[in-house]
Design a protein. Structure first.
Length: 143
């Protein structure tokens, strides 16, 4: 199967944008600055992902416009910074998106495990044992 490079890149960008938004929302459960959130992304990804800064900063403007976050001006030392925190609407949106992500991960994990276990496991018992471990970890099978 051949993929159009432009469509493939757009798809990757869409997925990363969705993860970026979710990460920002998750960090804004309490007051957080964009700088602290970028640092957290750096730590959590072992420096393997640096979001596009234009997309990153526009996320905060978008969230304010949609009433997902509130902003405040804070002073740390002698520096003024803007911090953001989820509104009630933002907390509801975060919960909704987390549930959607959880279901998507479950579905994709089971597809991946079924295929890789079929390829890697020499016999049915090994494959079933691997699948049972995944079901135990994720809490249920995804059919």
């Amino acid at each position: 199967m051949f993929f159009d490079k432009e469509k493939k890149d757009q798809s990757k960008a869409t997925v990363l944008r969705g993860l970026l938004e979710l990460f920002v929302m998750n960090e804004c459960r309490d007051w957080a600055s964009p700088k602290s959130i970028l640092e957290k992304i750096k730590i959590e990804t072992n420096d393997n992902w640096t979001p596009n800064l234009a997309a990153f900063y526009s996320t905060f403007r978008k969230f304010e416009r949609k009433k997902i976050t509130n902003a405040r001006l804070s002073t740390i030392g002698d520096k003024k910074i803007i911090e953001y925190k989820l509104t009630k609407k933002g907390e509801e949106e975060l919960l909704k998106r987390k549930n959607e992500l959880r279901e998507g991960v479950k579905k994709n994990a089971f597809v991946m495990i079924r295929i890789t276990s079929y390829i890697l496991c020499d016999n049915r018992n090994k494959r079933n044992k691997l699948m049972d471990g995944i079901i135990k970890e994720l809490g249920e099978a995804y059919e």
